[in-house]
Design a binder for this molecule. Structure first.
Ligand SMILES: CC(C)(COP(=O)(O)OP(=O)(O)OC[C@H]1O[C@@H](n2cnc3c(N)ncnc32)[C@H](O)[C@@H]1OP(=O)(O)O)[C@@H](O)C(=O)NCCC(=O)NCCS
Length: 432
């Protein structure tokens, strides 16, 4: 059978472009030679129609609400797996056997501590420093504290990959807990030999004189939350990690760039905006109608937060899982949260509203994730840094794909220049 191709005609010239078919049947026109052969480039603001890479990590079908990591449906991972196992799967491509799981967990445990020199970075920040501002700086400092793992030579860095990967995941978790302690004027709590999620809760909530007592429901909910954020294909922060990595940058530096990308309200900051919105509805005693009406005005600043997605034109499968988990967690903890009731009412109202229906705007993962974090005692201003702990495996796996690709090129998009055409330099006395 003849390989499929695509034909385009520009300036009267016919071009035949090869077609690529992914392992789940997604189709792409291979435009790598387009500019060379025609002088044209594709204009695709925001890259929504551009495949920037081939990747074997995560499959996402936004039209049908499907998300799979290394082939495994997110629903199955959420039911049967935990964060550490899913992180291993995402990074290494297979579910770990018992020995691999134990080694991985041990590496995470052994690399949790933040050295005394690195702890001093915290002292330079005001207590009011925003958590994401602190996290971006401290994560990028890992390259300075562990230069032997961050040489900017892919061959060497890949030899040390297992250690660097475990260090990144484990230390981001410790740094996040320390940010919380620092901002609340509390002493740092050192990590212990505890499972990943419990160790985080211990570093957050233990006191020097009373150790945090793990609560199985809380541990399970935190695992679920982190797992659901572990990877999400070529999202803004992951693409940023790949772009930085494509220049030859080491794992820590590339991840730090991902943390920066995550900080924006349309990406990692959306869960904070959702809680602020739900809280205002609560405080105003409104039923959400005002927010729904305002969101329909078309202004970016009035969007219904936690709704819509750059890729999903269907329910975000993570939102279904997390929405259900919210009810379960609150019931198991014997808590209730009026914001959960408001969220459910808002969801129902939006799903019946023609504006949202016609644009295929459904709740995304951020719509409910904040309610779970609130139930776990995590303050709203920490939500985005929590997302960073969850997303670390995805960033790491994507960095590894870039670093391992010996035929990879530096990411360097083109542009359509719309500025002033050529003009001559004028001396100061001739300027208006
Ligand atoms: C996620 C997001 C940035 C995707 O943006 P995008 O790809 O530009 O959005 P789309 O192309 O799907 O938008 C299609 C239409 O829906 C509107 N729209 C998208 N999200 C909306 C929202 N949350 N509230 C109201 N209107 C929205 C857009 O204004 C656009 O309207 P138009 O066709 O009249 O111009 C956007 O949906 C958003 O801002 N959501 C709220 C923030 C959020 O929850 N982010 C977390 C993502 S996990």
């Amino acid at each position: 059978m003849q390989a499929p191709t695509a034909q385009i005609k520009v300036d009267g010239k016919e071009l035949t472009l090869p077609v690529m078919i992914g392992s789940e049947g997604e189709k792409a026109i291979d435009a790598r030679n387009l500019r060379k052969d025609s002088g044209y480039i594709f204009y695709d603001q925001g890259y929504g129609n551009t495949g920037s890479c081939e990747s074997a990590i995560t499959y996402l079908d936004g039209d049908n609400g499907i998300l799979r990591h290394r082939g495994y449906p997110i629903e199955q991972l959420a039911t049967y797996s935990d964060y550490v196992e899913t992180a291993y799967l995402i990074i290494y491509g297979e579910l770990p056997n018992a020995k691999q799981r134990q080694q991985f967990s041990r590496r995470l445990r052994d690399n949790a501590a933040i050295g005394t020199q690195m702890q001093r970075i915290f002292e330079g920040f005001p207590e009011s420093a925003p958590p994401m501002g602190m996290l971006t700086s401290i994560v990028s400092s890992l390259a300075a504290y562990y230069p032997e793992l961050a040489t900017n030579n892919f061959e060497k860095d890949l030899q040390n990959f297992d250690l660097a990967a475990a260090m990144a995941i484990s230390k981001i978790r410790s740094i996040v807990a320390m940010i919380y302690r620092y901002r609340h004027g509390l002493p740092f709590i050192h990590p212990r030999d505890l499972p990943f999620a419990d160790n985080f809760l211990h570093m957050m909530f233990s006191d020097p004189y009373v150790a945090y007592q793990p609560i199985p429901e809380v541990t399970r909910a935190l695992n679920l939350l982190l797992l659901l954020h572990a990877d999400h294909e070529q999202n803004c922060s992951t693409s940023t990690v790949r772009m930085v990595a494509s220049s030859g940058a080491n794992l820590f530096t590339s991840i730090a760039a991902g943390v920066c990308a995550l900080s924006g309200p349309l990406h990692g900051g959306a869960n904070v905006a959702v809680m602020q919105m739900l809280q205002s509805i609560h405080d105003e005693g409104d039923d959400g109608t005002r927010f729904i009406q305002a969101a329909k005005g078309g202004s970016k600043s009035n969007r219904l937060m936690g709704f819509g997605h750059a890729v999903y034109r269907n329910f975000d499968p993570r939102a279904r899982i997390i929405g259900k988990a919210c009810d379960e967690v609150l019931t198991r903890l014997g808590k209730s949260d009026p914001l959960l009731d408001i969220a459910k009412n808002l969801e129902q109202a939006a799903l019946k509203d023609d504006y949202f229906v016609s644009r295929k705007l459904y709740p995304n993962v951020d719509f409910y994730s904040g309610i779970i974090m609130r139930a776990l005692g995590i303050p709203t201003d920490m939500f985005t840094v929590m997302f960073a702990i969850g997303r670390a495996p995805g960033w790491i796996a994507n960095w590894k794909e870039v670093a391992s690709n010996t035929k990879g090129r530096i990411y360097r998009p083109r542009q359509v220049y719309v500025g002033t055409p050529k003009r001559d330099y004028t001396s100061m006395d001739q300027r208006a």
